[in-house]
Ligand binder design. Sequence first.
Ligand code: GDP
Ligand code: IMO
Ligand code: MG
Length: 455
Amino acid sequence: MTVTIVGSQLGDEGKGGVVDLFGDRADVVARYQGGDNAGHTVVLGDTEYKLSLVPSGAVRGKVGVLGNGCVVNPETLFSEIDELRERGLEPEVNVAERAHVIMPYHRALDGIEEEAKSDADLDAGTTGKGIGPTYEDKVGRRGIRVGDLLAPDSLERKLSYVLPQKRALCESVYGVEPDRFDDAFDYESLLSLASEYGERFREEGMTVDAGEFLTERIDAGENVMFEGAQGTVIDIDHGDYPYVTSSTPTAGGAAVGTGVGPTVVGRGEVIGVVKAYLTRVGTGQLPTELGSVEGQTPEEGGRPEEANLATYIRDEGGEYGTVTGRPRRVGWLDLPMLRHAARVSGFTGIVIGHVDVLAGLEEVEVGHSYTIDGEELLTLPSTSERWARCEVNYRTFDGWPEADWSEVATEGYDAIPENARSYLEYVSDELGVPIYAVGVGPGREQTVVLRDPFE
Ligand code: GDP
Ligand code: IMO
Ligand code: MG
């Protein structure tokens, strides 16, 4: 069977930890979208792994797949594999021949376009990894795929077509000299770099037809976990467009992004990962935002009078970007966002984490609904502009005390402080989706498991 893990908010919900938690029963863990914009954390005792391309199942020695829906920076992938090997793991990563390759010029253009967009407040605050430009080329049918790295003729043909366009874009549209970016726009260097990547993919026998690979495994009775990256509200279709990433983190992406049928994904479980409050890295709306972060919070956004509370939660939760180190914007949980996420992905279960981070607060607020133009709204409006006009209707919950969370995790659900349980049950009831686990700390052991989706 399959289990799909989806971020239900804005990324960084704790998906890596959930993949690790339920990953013991999985045979294969497959990423289906995104690239090294992801930063997934797995904590095992004192050991922490931060993974951006290697699927999080690697920590448990599970077979990994990067599906056709991913964009792959081979440089990052190989250095991550090498680092994990140095740390004693043996990551097996099978990369789809249909996945697109992030080239150095994509990374350069990511930064150039963000800069240009910022004058019109259209910059998303990207991770700068070249994600958007690579997906653009994919859809524009001028991308370079992993399969091309293994086929010198097609690599040369495609690169020699696309590179003059990229140089012209840089020079004539953005007025930036391409040779400023080392060899990012240099044909010979790119060709030799791409050939080196291809050589390593070939030597290590890493490339596959992802759909075929996964289907054979599933037919043989193995369990497959699909590891979503990013989150619902930064989904290219279902998110806060244009302040989004360029892929489909929601559950539909698991089928399209790996080459198995939607019925295969739909027969399995779809688990939404929920952080007990909100964080956002980058620009865009966040109606329940506390405080604000310069350069990211939109004008008129945030509640500056709650800056201390935001700092408290940010520090307690270690809310600084895994990939970029940026302070994450912080806000209260937002139910319209979660209702939207549960519908788009068809959650069969949720995992709510970071419950320990809110412990010790006197009160905890939740955005229950919005009001816009005199009407109550229970889910998200379709445009960022309308979302910006929504007023939040809050519900206030009594806070819960600090606890020995490791002990709570050992004792089980009833050991979670009563007020926290009321909060958790409110979320589950509103979504009509059962809770499969509650995170009370970053470690694998600091989790209360109510139900294993593979059972
Ligand atoms: P991902 O991108 O969704 O995999 O999440 P990240 O790894 O970027 O960010 C989640 C952070 O929260 C990581 O540092 C995790 O170790 C940590 N974390 C996950 N679950 C919990 C939890 O229940 N409590 C606390 N305190 N930290 C958690
Ligand atoms: P994980 O998998 C949080 C955000 C960026 C930016 C927008 C577009 O760790 O949850 P991109 O570089 O993708 O073009 O940036 O999306 N973003 C993330 N935010 N977690 C992530 O991944 C993210 N990946 C991208 O901050 O606002
Ligand atoms: Mg992350």
